[in-house]
Design a protein around this ligand. Structure first.
Ligand SMILES: N[C@@H](CCC(=O)N[C@@H](CS)C(=O)NCC(=O)O)C(=O)O
Length: 225
């Protein structure tokens, strides 16, 4: 960690602090959401490759040792899903949940598929464990099979939308979770995206969004090029 992680007692108007790692797709979701909402924040890097998530300072913020963590004065929120809902309440501008209840539920569901049923199965610590206990060749196969299962479900979930983004012509919470997930899959896991035409189509739209581009790993202060 590059700075003190003890949240200071401060007013609700203090600048948000985001504990993040450039390559973390979970952190990327929050960076993307903050950019969409136009909320400035201070970036604090937690180097997962060096094991900084296990430092005693960071453990005080998140005993699970995961990024992202958002600190807003005295409020500490970990878990990107919880952070997104917190941001939505606190900064209602550029809503990430649509008013229409069915569409809203769909956005929560798609975000949850990514954050509960795909990413946890290919996170760094899980892949390390599989490599050590089962073998290095299983690492990629395990990740690919779980990603493909989740992507297939997402394709079915979003099949009725022939739109620019996941649930229409506006960017919502489903997109905030899908965009980094698809990016990570295409760059790190060698998944054949032609099996997923809906996800491939909407990913093309994300690529040209300035808020998404600015939140990408290589544009972060802790990126290693
Ligand atoms: N459900 C959590 C998951 C957080 C998570 O898995 N973070 C990963 C990076 S994307 C992490 O910190 N991994 C550290 C490790 O595996 O040791 C969220 O959505 O924020």
């Amino acid at each position: 960690m590059d700075a003190s992680s003890t949240p200071s007692a401060s007013s609700s108007s203090s600048k948000l602090v985001l504990y993040s790692y450039w390559q973390s797709s979970c952190s990327w979701r929050v960076r993307f959401a903050l950019n969409l909402k136009g909320v400035p924040y201070e970036y604090k890097s937690v180097d997962l490759a060096k094991g900084e998530q296990f430092s005693p300072e960071f453990e005080k913020l998140n005993p699970l040792h995961f990024v992202p963590v958002l600190v807003d004065g005295d409020v500490v929120v970990s878990d990107s899903y919880a952070i997104l809902l917190y941001l939505e309440e606190k900064y209602p501008q550029r809503a990430l949940l649509p008013a229409d209840l069915q569409k809203r539920a769909l956005n929560l569901q798609a975000a949850s598929v990514v954050s509960s049923s795909i990413q946890p199965l290919h996170m760094l610590s899980v892949l390390k464990y599989i490599e050590e206990k089962i073998g290095p060749e299983e690492r990629l196969l395990w990740a690919q099979s779980n990603i493909e299962k989740g992507f297939l479900a997402l394709e079915k979930l979003l099949k009725d939308f022939d739109s620019k983004y996941a649930t229409g012509e506006d960017v919502y919470m489903a997109d905030v979770f899908l965009a980094p997930q698809i990016a990570v899959v295409t760059t790190r896991f060698n998944v054949d995206m032609s099996k997923f035409p809906t996800l491939s189509r909407i990913y093309e739209s994300y690529k040209s969004l300035p808020e998404f581009r600015a939140s990408s790993p290589e544009r972060q202060a802790d990126a290693v090029h």
